[in-house]
Ligand binder design. Structure first.
Ligand code: PXP
Length: 250
């Protein structure tokens, strides 16, 4: 099975920085540390309200990173302009609501198919790999494929929430849906990624899906870094991912 890539989302370093309005902790420094610790990519979400990552962070990440930047953004004209200026390795289109605490669901691709096809065309022409953050839903995946996305990222939030709540029937059903839909997406030629809410307790079953090529993990890793440091926190995640990939699910 191919090696699973770990993308580290550094948004929540910026959340802590912005709580005081100063310069520290610096998310770009965290990104460099993550890179040194073996991250295969860095993910950053420039939200419309700039609640964590800011424009200057994206400038600095583009200037300093050696690993690919996965630039998360909503499908707005403003974000499209920023992406076209920077031409990051990957652009991940996510739904965004001002009132949400985090990205709550996958993108509604099927309903917005024409607009989204239009929206992503220049990004693809600029050389960005376009990824769509999506629920494990066949209709949405088919629509993502039709609009010309190269990648889908499955939203693992419902699975992780059910695990945390101890609702194991729902957790297992969510997992099964993701398993089927990663096979389906792969059969269409889409590259499959996954992320949101993953922890040491929830990562292995998703990491074991052979079609999943990349996991994007942020909040838990940044929290765990408070206790262990970022590099050891990542090393443990990497170990669990590699074990799952090798078939060791214990
Ligand atoms: N992938 C996408 C598309 C996301 O929006 C997020 C959250 O910003 C993540 C992965 C990482 O989620 P978490 O911070 O919960 O690990």
């Amino acid at each position: 099975m191919s090696k699973l890539r770990l993308g580290v989302n550094i948004d929540h370093v910026a959340t802590v920085r912005n709580a005081r309005g100063g310069d520290t902790p610096d998310p770009v420094r965290a990104a460099k540390l993550a890179e040194d610790a073996g991250a295969d990519g860095i993910t950053a979400h420039l939200r419309e309200d700039r609640r964590h990552i800011g424009d200057a962070d994206i400038d600095a990440l583009m200037d300093t990173l050696s690993v690919p930047l996965n630039f998360e953004m909503a499908a707005t004209d403003e974000m499209q302009k920023i992406a076209l200026r920077h031409k990051p390795h990957a652009v991940c289109i996510v739904p965004e609501k001002r009132e949400e605490r985090t990205t709550e669901g996958g993108l509604e691709v099927a309903r917005e198919e024409n607009q989204l096809a239009h929206f992503i065309a220049p990004l693809r022409e600029a050389g960005c790999r376009v990824s769509i953050f999506i629920a494990a839903d066949q209709r949405q995946i088919e629509a993502a494929h039709r609009i010309g996305a190269q990648v889908i990222e499955l939203h693992t939030g419902a699975y992780c929430d059910a695990h945390t709540e101890g609702d194991f029937a729902t957790r297992d059903a969510e997992l099964e849906k993701m398993r089927e839909m990663s096979t389906f997406a792969h059969s269409l030629g889409l590259e499959v990624h996954a992320g949101h809410g993953l922890t040491y307790d929830t990562v292995k079953p998703v990491a074991a899906f052979p079609e999943v090529m990349e996991l994007n993990i942020g909040h838990f890793l940044i929290g765990e870094a408070i206790f262990r440091g970022l590099q050891p926190a990542m090393a443990e995640m990497r170990r669990l991912m590699d074990e799952a990939r090798a078939g060791n699910m214990a």
